[in-house]
Design a protein around this ligand. Structure first.
Ligand SMILES: NC(=O)C1=CN([C@@H]2O[C@H](COP(=O)(O)OP(=O)(O)OC[C@H]3O[C@@H](n4cnc5c(N)ncnc54)[C@H](O)[C@@H]3O)[C@@H](O)[C@H]2O)C=CC1
Ligand SMILES: NCC(=O)COP(=O)(O)O
Length: 347
């Protein structure tokens, strides 16, 4: 049983997506409810209640201390910080709304502020719809960049992790044609360094073994299929090695994952989004976790999106959310048992 002096905050994500459903489902399965007061949902009581009703559970909302609500779900309960008051009738499943985008952003901003003030051990995010936050005026492509800005962090790394594979991305959400121009030796080196430091601090790996992927087929075949390997990736690897890090590459991306899943490496540094996320989701679609490395706060997330096609059906799988909660708790404990505000995380 976890024991936290301050809570892990779970942001509800898009009210029109599967976020509310997977939160309620996980609570009903006992996997979130077991956290008791150590877990606080930043969201919307009426939207969470709708998700419970959809799952055939009589859900009752009760006012609680400090402006919070308690959502009673049969024999389980969820502590909720109500940050929006959306009307479920006006919030259809699977539809992109700017008002929902504003609500999602409010959940994230509040959770981030609580973590930064030391009143929370970390934040776990349910999925947002990127077009919806854009419609609400947010210029960040997702949580990762928004949180990096709010935390004043220059270099953040998006990692997706499962028990068999961890992938870390040098570039994230940009068009494939823009990737080569966005790759620099400095960005590759920074990704390596942030990943190594975070695996040491948050994942208790004293000397993480990192494999760096090539960009081009056959690692460029000595310049025959592109020169990014020799021009950008090799210099970054050499500088990381000179700094004492256990880094190898550039490895051909078609082959490397075979060895990575056998346990040869602790993480794979990937040049672009789908290079890493295709193998990761092939293995860990259900239980993969998205982690923001390099932030002063702990932040994990589900590895999937809002699944508008499933929203309202009751068929969404909560396993990735549960894995994200467990990983955030472990990271918080590994940070010397303390959050920024000095409270102790035992357990
Ligand atoms: N952490 C986050 O906030 C993330 C947000 N997104 C955003 O979500 C939106 C939709 O993205 P898509 O590319 O359509 O990906 P998606 O993950 O929402 O859906 C892809 C497919 O996987 C299925 N699926 C997703 N989660 C599932 C679950 N828990 N259980 C069962 N089936 C599940 C969906 O039904 C769909 O068929 C986009 O705006 C995207 O940017 C995508 C990934 C992560
Ligand atoms: N593909 C991962 C993803 O879209 C998550 O982005 P973020 O919102 O965690 O930055």
């Amino acid at each position: 049983m976890p024991s936290f002096a301050c809570p892990l905050i779970l942001t509800q994500g898009d009210p029109a997506g599967i976020g509310p459903e997977i939160i309620v489902k996980a609570a009903l399965e006992g996997t979130l409810a077991a956290w008791g007061d150590a877990l606080l949902v930043a969201g919307d009581g009426a939207i969470l209640q709708r998700a419970a009703v959809l799952l055939g559970v009589a859900a009752e909302r009760r006012p609680a201390a400090n402006g919070e609500e308690l959502l009673r779900l049969g024999s389980h309960g969820l502590r909720v910080r109500p940050l929006s008051q959306l009307d479920p009738q006006q919030t259809p499943f699977g539809q992109l709304r700017a008002a929902n985008g504003r609500a999602m952003l409010d959940y994230i901003e509040w959770a981030c502020a609580e973590c930064r003030a030391g009143r929370a051990a970390g934040m776990v995010t349910a999925p947002i719809h990127k077009e919806a936050i854009h419609a609400a005026g947010c210029l960040f492509p997702g949580h990762t960049e928004l949180l990096a800005e709010r935390c004043g962090t220059e270099q953040v790394v998006m990692m997706l992790a499962g028990s068999r594979l961890r992938v870390c991305l040098v570039t994230t959400h940009l068009a494939l044609r823009a990737v080569p121009a966005a790759l620099t030796s400095a960005a590759i080196l920074a990704t390596i360094k942030v990943t190594a430091a975070a695996l040491q601090r948050d994942f208790a790996l004293p000397q993480p073994r990192l494999a760096v992927l090539a960009l081009n087929p056959h690692a460029g075949e000595n310049g025959l299929f592109g020169d990014e390997e020799q021009r950008l990736i090799v210099p970054a690897i050499e500088r990381a090695q000179a700094a004492g890090l256990a880094v190898s590459g550039p490895h051909s991306a078609d082959t490397l994952f075979h060895f990575a899943v056998q346990g040869r490496y602790d993480a794979v540094i990937c040049m672009y989004h789908d290079q890493g996320l295709i193998p990761l989701k092939l293995l860990h679609f259900d239980d993969g976790v998205n982690v923001s490395l390099g932030l002063p706060i702990v932040r994990t997330s589900v590895d999937h999106g809002t699944a508008y096609d499933l929203a309202g059906s009751g068929r969404a799988n909560p396993a990735s959310l549960v894995a994200a909660v467990n990983m955030a708790a472990q990271m918080a404990r590994n940070r010397q048992g303390r959050c920024a505000g000095g409270c102790q995380h035992a357990g």
